[in-house]
Design a protein around this ligand. Structure first.
Ligand code: HEM
Length: 120
């Protein structure tokens, strides 16, 4: 009986130590955020990617590579392709006709972020 008690206590503290150590090894949320792209691209660099199959856009100070997304966009291709290689904040905010994109669209957009817009 005493042996079971000792083994159970040992296992319990082993578990507690493992959880404590694990929380120290896992990167904190801030560190994960720091790993997201921070490379800066000029508007000139963005402008070189102005085709449907090579499409970058600057939106709200961030740069996105939307090449993989263009075929999936729900509008006629020319509506979005016209903004490849450009500063497209207003186009994105208004869908060209005054209506904003949904929160889902903005969440989707984050998957394509490659860096920030270099304003210098
Ligand atoms: C910047 C140029 C863009 C223009 C002019 C534009 C325009 C449009 C238009 C006309 C529609 C369809 C009609 C409507 O739902 O009201 C639409 C829908 C949509 N667009 Fe765009 N779009 C652009 C960029 C993007 C980007 C970069 C994404 C995300 C990566 C995106 C995601 C979506 C989604 C998910 C919808 C479905 C409706 C919604 O969720 O808001 N669009 N867009």
């Amino acid at each position: 009986m005493k042996r079971i008690y000792i083994v159970a206590t040992l296992l319990f503290w082993l578990g507690v130590t493992a959880i404590w150590a694990g929380s120290h090894w896992m990167p904190a949320t801030q560190e994960v955020a720091a790993l997201s792209p921070t490379k800066a691209y000029s508007l000139q660099a963005v402008a070189a990617h102005n085709r449907a199959d090579n499409c970058w856009m600057a939106i709200n100070g961030q740069v996105y590579d939307l090449s993989a997304y263009i075929p999936q966009h729900p509008s006629a291709p020319e509506v979005i392709v016209a903004w490849c290689g450009k500063e497209a904040t207003t186009a994105y905010m208004t869908k060209n006709r005054g209506r904003p994109h949904s929160p889902y669209a903005t969440e989707l957009l984050q998957r394509y972020r490659i860096g920030v817009l270099d304003m210098r």
